[in-house]
Ligand binder design. Sequence first.
Ligand SMILES: [Zn+2]
Length: 366
Amino acid sequence: MRASVQAPSEFDRSVAIGKASAPSRGAMGNLGQRFLWPALRTVVPFQLWPRLSRVSLVVPYYHMVSDAEVPHVRHLYRFRTVREFEADLDFFLRHFTPVELEDVVAALGGERGLPPRPFHLTFDDGFREMHDVVAPLLQKKGIPATFFLNSAFIDQGGMAHHNKISLLLDRISQPISNRILHDIEKLLPPSINSKGCLQSRLLAIRYADRETIDQMAAIAEVDINQYIKLNRPYLSSEEVFNLQRFGFTIGAHSIDHPLYADLSVEEQVRQTRVSMDFILRKFGVRIRAFAFPHSDAGVIHEFFEPVFATGVADVCFGTRGLVRHFHPRNVERFSMEKTTDAAKSIIARQYAKALYSQALRKNAGA
Ligand SMILES: [Zn+2]
């Protein structure tokens, strides 16, 4: 069994930002969110959910599928084993119709409709397992998918700051001297709450303080460059070309994976434009698809307006679950990770969430 540190990760932090920006629901609304709507998913037959929730497109996302420990990921979130992933795929095929990225974009543009119960699979961060583990399984079952890549990390050009934190957590989960732990703790940015265990405080280090993580790794004698060289965490260009040859689509996921809510709008647009230009130049993609790193929570209209008006992207993908986004070309997705729950349970929860958010909107007269 894999073990992982149970601490709030940056992924959770970005979700918290989304919650903070949502309108107040009041006591009854909170009760509904906590108890009534989750309970609904257990009593409503799964087949009824698509019609009941009026959700027309289902876009799940994953980062990793592996039976191995994967030290640069294992302390951030729980990911699917191969067996669990295959069970997910079989469930999708039983209840939904796979569609290509092109179909999604054509439907958003009103050019053509989608088949009943369409789904499109997506995978973020461009890890090597996408080529070695995920693609063969998808090919076997005939399921299209889009892989979103960080332009800085293709061909082992570096590592995202949160994945470095996972490596550091891996090191401190092993026997380590108190002096090293103390030296690491001294480097924690002042913005981080002094309470809580060291693990959760390390996970709270933001993108802006990412150089601190390199300093901590040096203290703990975690050689990140050597790890990258030996383990090849990310896809190589050749592997990306292979994915394209197999019929999969490729999209951009920013340059180096910042949380967009922490950036200025100008920097958000730059990260998107530069990574998309790279993907276009290097891999010649036809559709300009972009997936927000961590979350699209807090990203405002002033980002979407220039990105779509100047053709930086044809479509964006968020991570806030089966809810409608205010921009029609930003498609919200839901995570298939951080849980051992079966696909049926994860998706039913998302349908209940969709129904709940519609009820809230109706109540608010929106
Ligand atoms: Zn990501």
